[in-house]
Design a protein around this ligand. Structure first.
Ligand code: B1M
Length: 215
């Protein structure tokens, strides 16, 4: 039953069927499936398959956008049921997709999961100029600055932002993620952390905060 519902969610994200996706999200809740699991094992798994299919030439852009709509619709149903962890003082995360890059599906997933984990997320959106990251971190007194990039042509702005932050807000933890990034690249960029997906982003953020003595 559980497997069937999660598969139903995955398949309806892949086929971009908003109505079915919403139905499966509701069924997941009725069946007592944890909303976090439904999002990660159902919806996010569907979006990963979509990316793979695109790479193989089995799916095209308009279909991908329908898949994203279906995923967002299911997430709207599931989000109010996420068990939000209450951390002592909510930690602030400034999050955005770097300059020149409008790929925000992954960033939105990271945002949702971080909020569910009890973080306060200041979402700068996509195609964010370097200076806006720095301004927002300073204005908000953010604990973490999270940068997402899906293109090799946009990820190159990350080390510039990180350098600027190390000078102006040295206590702020910097985290990077997105398709072309890796642990090695993150290190070369001077980032404090790298996460390969939304679940890892939470784990890494918590580890870095506790190392800094703030979690
Ligand atoms: Co485009 N695109 N796209 N695209 N697109 C890619 C990224 C590409 C790899 C496809 C390819 O050619 N093989 C390629 C980039 C190549 C490169 O590196 N240079 C590419 C290109 C070239 C382009 C255009 C230039 C195409 C054109 O117009 N000629 C154009 C660029 C526009 C721009 O940004 N200026 C473009 C446009 C688009 C659409 C608008 C059609 C659409 C984006 C819609 C949107 O986001 N609102 C789109 C899509 C959907 C994709 C693919 C197919 C899928 C991306 C996605 O949403 N995946 C992508 C191919 C691929 O990735 N295989 C591709 C699902 C999502 C859940 O995963 O985003 O990886 P992801 O996020 C994950 C992790 O990466 C991680 O967690 C997320 C959740 O688990 N993560 C973080 C992400 N950020 C994180 C931050 C963290 C931690 C983890 O900490 C801060």
């Amino acid at each position: 039953m559980k497997e069937e519902i999660l598969r139903g969610l995955t398949d309806s994200v892949v086929s971009g069927d908003v109505e079915k996706c919403v139905q499966y999200a509701k069924r997941a809740l009725e069946a007592g499936i944890d909303a976090y699991e439904a999002i990660m094992e159902g919806c996010a798994r569907g979006m990963s398959l979509v990316s793979e299919k695109y790479e193989k030439g089995e799916m095209y852009v308009p279909e991908i956008l329908c898949s994203a709509e279906a995923m967002y619709a299911a997430m709207d149903v599931l989000k109010p049921h996420l068990k939000t962890e209450r951390v002592g003082t909510p930690r602030k995360v400034v999050l955005g997709v770097v300059r020149g890059d409008i790929h925000d599906i992954g960033k939105n997933l990271v945002k949702l999961m971080m909020e569910a984990a009890g973080f306060q997320v200041i979402d700068l959106g996509r195609d964010v100029p370097n200076e806006r990251f720095v301004e927002a971190v300073l204005k908000e007194g953010a604990d973490i600055c999270g940068m997402s990039a899906l293109m090799t042509t946009s990820m190159i702005f990350m080390p510039e932002i990180i350098r600027e932050l190390k000078q102006k807000a040295p206590a702020t933890i910097t985290m990077v993620g997105g398709g072309p990034l890796s642990q090695e690249l993150a290190k070369a960029y001077g980032a404090d952390g790298y996460a390969k997906d939304a679940a890892a982003a939470i784990r890494v953020a918590k580890e870095l905060l506790s190392r800094r003595g703030g979690m």
